[in-house]
Design a protein around this ligand. Structure first.
Ligand code: PLP
Length: 401
C-alpha cells in the first residue's frame, strides 16, 4: 500500500465549484453572482488608484526584502488600530490593544483560534446561522466544537433578535462568540446599534468571549459607522478579539492583508498576550509578507492618499447600493408581485435573495445565472450591463411557480 493510497478526496468547496462550472459554461451572457469579491461597473476587480500610486513609488525605491518582525510592520498595526478604534481611542493610549499583521482576515481568525485554544481548551464556539462557511471549519480545525446561534429570519428578511439573544444566553458560560461587525456574510442583514447593546449585555453577563470579525469595513455605511460594534465592545470594558481584513476595502484580495487585534485589561497583559500571539505566528509561518501591508500603511499614513482611498471606497459602497436599488426597481417594474425591497436594506456585498434551491438551479441551467445554493447573491457582481438580463431571468423563474 502506498503512503497516500488511503487518502480520501476532501469535499469540494461549493463556491469554488460554482466558479469552475461557470468558467466551463460557453453561454456568452452568463453571469456569476456566486463570487465573494467586488467587481466594478466593467465587471473587473478594481486596482485602486491609491494602491497603484504607492506601488509605483515602491518600485522606484527598490526596497530590499528582509524578513519582517513576527507581528509584522509596526506602522501598519498602528493604522489598523486607529481604523478600528478611532483616532483618539483611550484604549490605545492605555496600551490595551495589541495587533499583529495576519494573512488576510482568515489568517487572523486562525491565529486567534489557535491562541484561544491554549487559553480556553474546553470552550464552545458559536457562529451565526448562517455564517461565512469558513468560520465553522476554521474553529473546528483549531479543535473546537462549533454551534450555531439563531441569526437570520427568512420570513422577515431580518435578524431574529429574540432567537439570537436566547441562544447566546443558553450557551455554556465562557463560550467564544463569533460576530460579524458589519455587512453580514452571507445574509447582508446587520444588527442595529440598540441590538449590539443588548448583545453586549448578554455576553458580559454570561462571561462569553467576543470574537468580532470585520471583513467589510467601509462597505456598509462608512468607515467610522461600520466600526460601531468594535467601538461599543471597546466601551464595554470587556476583553475581546478582532479579526480584520483589507481584502475588500483595498481590493487587495491576493495580497493577504489582515490583522488580529486583542483588547486586554492593561499594558502588562498586552505584553504577555502579544508574546503568545507571536509564538502562534512563529510556529505557523514565521512572519508575514511585506507587500500588501506596506501598501496599506503607506496609504493610510499619507493624508493625500488616504483621501483618494476614502473616495474610492465610497464609490464601491455607493455603486453596490445603487445596483441594489435598481434591482428592486426592475423586479417591481417587470411585474414581480413579491416584495424585494429588503434587498435595498441589506448591507455589504451580499444579498440573501430568498430564491430557493429549485429557482437557483433553474437560473443556472436555463439562463447561465450562477448563484450559491442558499440563494446568496453577490450584489457587487451586478452592473448596469448584466442587471437587466439577471432580473429578466429571475422574473421568468418566479413566474413558473
Ligand atoms: N470573514 C468574513 C465574514 C468573510 O466574508 C471573509 C471573506 O470572504 C473573511 C473573513 C476572510 O477574508 P480574507 O479574504 O481577508 O481572508
Amino acid at each position: 500500500m502506498s503512503l497516500f493510497s488511503a487518502v480520501e478526496m476532501a469535499p469540494r468547496d461549493p463556491i469554488l465549484g460554482l466558479t469552475e462550472a461557470f468558467n466551463a459554461d460557453p453561454r456568452p451572457n452568463k453571469v456569476n453572482l456566486g463570487v465573494g469579491v467586488y467587481y466594478n461597473e466593467e465587471g473587473r476587480i478594481p486596482l485602486l488608484r491609491a494602491v497603484a500610486d504607492v506601488e509605483k513609488s515602491r518600485l522606484e525605491i527598490q526596497a530590499p526584502r528582509g524578513y519582517l518582525p513576527v507581528d509584522g510592520i509596526a506602522a501598519y498595526s498602528t493604522v489598523v488600530q486607529k481604523l478600528l478604534f478611532g483616532q483618539n481611542s483611550s484604549l490605545l493610549e492605555e496600551g490595551r490593544v495589541v495587533t499583529a499583521q495576519s494573512l488576510g482576515g482568515t489568517g487572523a481568525l486562525k491565529v486567534g483560534a489557535d491562541f484561544l485554544k491554549r487559553l480556553l481548551p474546553d470552550a464552545t464556539v458559536a457562529i451565526s446561522d448562517p455564517s461565512w462557511e469558513n468560520h465553522r471549519a476554521l474553529f473546528q480545525s483549531a479543535g473546537y466544537p462549533v454551534k450555531n446561534y439563531r441569526y437570520y429570519d427568512a420570513s422577515s428578511h431580518d435578524v431574529d433578535r429574540t432567537g439570537m439573544l436566547a441562544d447566546l444566553n443558553e450557551l455554556p458560560p465562557r463560550s467564544i462568540v463569533v460576530l460579524h461587525a458589519c455587512c453580514h456574510n452571507p445574509t447582508g442583514v446587520d444588527l442595529a446599534p440598540e441590538d449590539w447593546k443588548k448583545i453586549i449585555d448578554v455576553l458580559k453577563a454570561r462571561d462569553h468571549v467576543p470574537f468580532v470579525d470585520i471583513a467589510y469595513q467601509g462597505f456598509g455605511d462608512g468607515i467610522e459607522e461600520d466600526a460601531l460594534a468594535v467601538r461599543l465592545f471597546a466601551e464595554s470594558g470587556m476583553s475581546f478579539v478582532i479579526s480584520s481584513s483589507f481584502s475588500k476595502s483595498f481590493s487587495l484580495y491576493g495580497e493577504r492583508v489582515g490583522a488580529i487585534s486583542l483588547v486586554t485589561q492593561n499594558r502588562d497583559e498586552s505584553a504577555r498576550v502579544l508574546s503568545q500571539i507571536k509564538r502562534v505566528i512563529r510556529t505557523n509561518y514565521s512572519n508575514p509578507p511585506i507587500h500588501g501591508a506596506s501598501i496599506v500603511s503607506s496609504v493610510l499614513n499619507s493624508s493625500e492618499l488616504r483621501a483618494i482611498w476614502e473616495v474610492e471606497l465610497a464609490e464601491m459602497r455607493q455603486r453596490i447600493h445603487r445596483i441594489r436599488l435598481e434591482m428592486v426597481r426592475q423586479l417591481a417594474a417587470k411585474g414581480v408581485q413579491q416584495d424585494f425591497s429588503f434587498v435595498s436594506r441589506q448591507r455589504g456585498m451580499f444579498s440573501f435573495s430568498g430564491l430557493n434551491i429549485d429557482q437557483v438551479d433553474q437560473l443556472r441551467n436555463d439562463y447561465g445565472v450562477y448563484i450559491v445554493g442558499t440563494g446568496r447573491i453577490c450584489a457587487a457582481a451586478l452592473n448596469t450591463r448584466n442587471l437587466d438580463y439577471v432580473t429578466d431571468a429571475i422574473v421568468q423563474v418566479l413566474g413558473r411557480q
